[in-house]
Design a protein around this ligand. Structure first.
Ligand code: NAI
Length: 379
């Protein structure tokens, strides 16, 4: 089969692509983010005639767009997406690719949200496995991968100590929870902003301050967004930020920090060190934006994405979902679907096993105790 993959093309993704090749696929490769590509990985992949790359390192947004359309003209059988970009472009402009595709697997939260919007509009033409939402992905990659790699890259790029600093984490979903928990472990004073009352209550009970952004922005040293939404730090908040505030984003799209408004209001712009743009505002306050407001753990100068120890399970679940779509006797209808739970459990067992970890098994008595509603030992 021909499998298209749009992702951050760096070393771990290279291994997924080699895995798909080992399973017999011809692979068409493009980027899910124009700035996150590792040129050495493209060079290595291009030595295989059955892998075709539709990307370059450091593409601008227009070249990235053109490359994805070229890929879709090839009508791949399966789509592995990260941000729903290929899926959306196929539905907007390549009806023939939608007709011939068996289905897709979507890797990230923002992509699943977009895929669901496509399904809700009635236009979705094939099944999509929401790989992001499966526990083996979001409870590990988003919490621990983003939690650690977003902070690590933010701190390395800015050469900042977190201990004693005030950090605002916008969004307390999987990523935000991981970021806030780990930041507090490093000694930061954490404030969470949310729009979901349940998530906000969870943040409060986990021991973080909870406040609206309009309040939090006025006192905090650093703001890290992880909402999957737009305009989280916007004009009214920019007015409040203290001198020296640092802004960064871990969400998939570069729309969480309104960089365009900061640029408009700046009287001076400087790049004191790679990966940091420092804006001086009319009143003299200086605001630093890391990695241009793009994914801080994937597009900064020191960024290498999540470590392999957490991407292994994400990409294993993407491959497993793709194999399920390709081989199923009863493929799911067009729509956004949960990954079958058995795939998750099998992958969890394998992940434990490769880490040399063992767990207990239920005894026969324990199993019977769980299965019988009228067990004599219940009461
Ligand atoms: P999630 O859906 O679990 O959490 C997002 C949270 O943000 C929700 O609790 C929601 O209520 C909140 N939120 C939405 N609008 C908000 C607003 N205006 N102000 C404050 N909070 C708001 O999503 P998850 O899994 O945490 O992903 C967040 C983003 O990170 C997505 O864009 C996702 O694609 C991306 N992501 C990035 C990764 C990376 O490597 N940097 C890895 C995995 C996901």
């Amino acid at each position: 089969m021909t499998v298209a993959i749009a992702s951050h093309i760096e070393v771990k993704t290279g291994i997924l692509i080699e895995t798909l090749r080992a399973a017999g696929a011809r692979v068409l490769v493009t980027a899910s983010e124009p700035q996150s590509t590792d040129a050495a990985v493209i060079e290595a992949l291009e030595t295989d005639a059955e892998i075709e790359c539709f990307l370059e390192a450091d593409m601008d947004d227009e070249a990235w767009d053109v490359a994805q359309h070229k890929l879709l003209e090839r009508q791949p059988d399966l789509l592995f997406d990260d941000g729903c970009e290929l899926i959306a472009k196929a539905h907007a402009s390549h009806p023939e690719a939608v007709d011939t595709a068996i289905g897709a697997a979507e890797q990230t939260t923002a992509g699943v949200t977009r895929a669901q919007a496509l399904a809700d509009s009635g236009a979705l033409g094939f099944p999509i496995y929401a790989v992001n939402d499966t526990p083996m992905k979001c409870q590990f990659d988003n919490v621990h991968g983003t939690g650690e790699s977003a902070l690590t890259n933010l701190l390395i790029t800015t050469n900042t100590v977190l201990a004693g600093k005030r950090l605002v984490v916008a969004g307390y979903g999987h990523c935000g929870r991981g970021i806030a928990r780990k930041a507090r472990g490093l000694g930061a004073r954490t404030t969470v902003t949310e729009v979901d009352p349940l998530a906000a209550l969870k943040a409060h009970m986990d021991g973080h301050e909870v406040a609206p952004m309009a309040e939090a922005a006025s006192t905090d040293d650093l703001v890290l967004t992880a909402t999957g939404n737009r305009d989280i730090v916007r004009g009214e908040h920019i007015d409040q930020l203290p001198d020296g505030a640092i802004l960064a984003n871990a969400g998939h799209f570069d729309v969480e920090v309104d960089v365009a408004t900061i640029e408009q209001r700046a009287t001076d712009t400087a790049t004191p060190t790679p990966g940091i743009t420092r804006y001086t505002l009319a009143d003299g306050r200086r605001i630093a934006v890391v990695a241009g407001g793009r994914l801080v753990n994937l597009t900064g100068p020191a960024s290498r994405g999540h470590p392999a120890e957490v991407m292994d399970t994400t990409f294993a679940m993407m491959a497993a979902a793709g194999i399920e779509l390709a081989t199923s006797q009863n493929p799911p209808p067009p729509g956004v679907h949960s990954v079958p739970p058995s795939l998750d459990r099998n992958m969890a067992r394998r992940a434990l096993s490769v880490r040399g970890l063992e767990i207990d098994s239920l005894t026969a008595a324990q199993r019977e105790y769980q299965e019988r509603w009228d067990h004599p030992d219940a009461y």
